[in-house]
Ligand binder design. Structure first.
Ligand SMILES: NC(=O)c1ccc[n+]([C@@H]2O[C@H](COP(=O)([O-])OP(=O)(O)OC[C@H]3O[C@@H](n4cnc5c(N)ncnc54)[C@H](O)[C@@H]3O)[C@@H](O)[C@H]2O)c1
Length: 241
């Protein structure tokens, strides 16, 4: 990974399985990491390196306040890794308006708000890297994941649009789209659902948190600088877009 020394990253969803591992990897590589989560229970705290902040990513005023505090206290962010999100197993018939709004707001609108807030600071600072979080379901869809699949497909569209819009100011924007990855939350999903996902992965194993963190490392590295608008799917061959 490009040395993070002197660089600032914002990671959202920092108390969750993928967010926490990303925060720890970046802090370990010398980044100063602003760690955003609606609940800080689980966000790592390492004085001087990790700066936990309670932020609801769906609330634009809170995100704007938090990002301006990061800029004032740490300096402008060079990286945004927007991980906050979640799914619900729910068929078309079972998906209420409220569930639809919750999943679209958290997964898609929250990502949009974070990107919109951070991009001007990156622009002023001469560039940066944005990584969004889609899902294998955002590429191929999944039964009983109606709103989540729609939201994560939306994240890919948002990522591509931003990649085009922000390329001239030196900001790359790429999406992660992992296959089922055994974080604590996902390990608790129904066995039947997990077995169905495993059966679709030719390599015969679930994704690991490390698979995702390695992709983040690459995208933030020197060598990752010429990729934008791409969807990086650590998926063991599940889908080949
Ligand atoms: N684990 C997987 O199999 C998998 C696969 C594909 C994509 N993803 C995506 O990766 C991301 C993280 O997944 P995970 O398994 O680590 O989940 P997780 O539940 O462990 O982590 C999600 C984090 O987001 C936080 N969060 C929820 N609402 C928030 C809000 N409004 N504002 C700020 N933070 C909020 C939660 O508190 C939690 O800490 C999600 O976007 C998920 O959709 C996960």
């Amino acid at each position: 990974m490009t040395s993070g020394l002197g660089r600032v990253a914002i990671v959202t969803g920092s108390s969750g399985g993928l967010g926490r591992a990303t925060v720890e990897a970046l802090a370990g590589a010398g980044w100063r990491v602003a760690a955003f989560d609606i609940s800080l229970d689980g966000t790592p705290d390492d004085a001087g390196t990790i700066f936990p902040m309670a932020v609801d990513v769906t609330d634009s005023a809170l995100v704007e306040g938090a990002v301006s505090k990061v800029v004032a206290d740490l300096g402008p962010p060079w990286a945004l890794v927007s991980i906050a999100g979640t799914n619900r197993i729910s068929s078309l018939a079972e998906t209420s308006d409220e569930l639809w709004d919750y999943l679209l707001d958290l997964n898609l609108k929250g990502t949009f708000i974070c990107c919109r807030t951070v991009a001007p600071y990156m622009t002023k600072n001469g560039g940066g890297r944005i990584i969004t979080m889609s899902s294998i379901f955002g590429i191929r869809g999944e039964a009983n994941e109606v709103a989540y699949s729609a939201a994560k497909a939306g994240v890919i569209g948002l990522t591509r649009a931003l990649a085009m819009e922000l390329a001239p100011v030196g900001i790359t924007v790429n999406a992660l789209a992992p296959v089922m990855t055994l974080t604590e939350r996902v390990a608790g999903l129904p066995e039947k659902f997990k077995a169905l996902q495993l059966s679709k992965i030719p390599m015969g194993r679930y994704g690991s948190v490390d698979d995702v963190v390695h992709t983040v490392r690459f995208l933030l590295s020197e060598g990752g600088g010429f990729y934008s608008g791409q969807t990086f799917s650590a998926n063991g061959g599940d889908t080949m877009p």
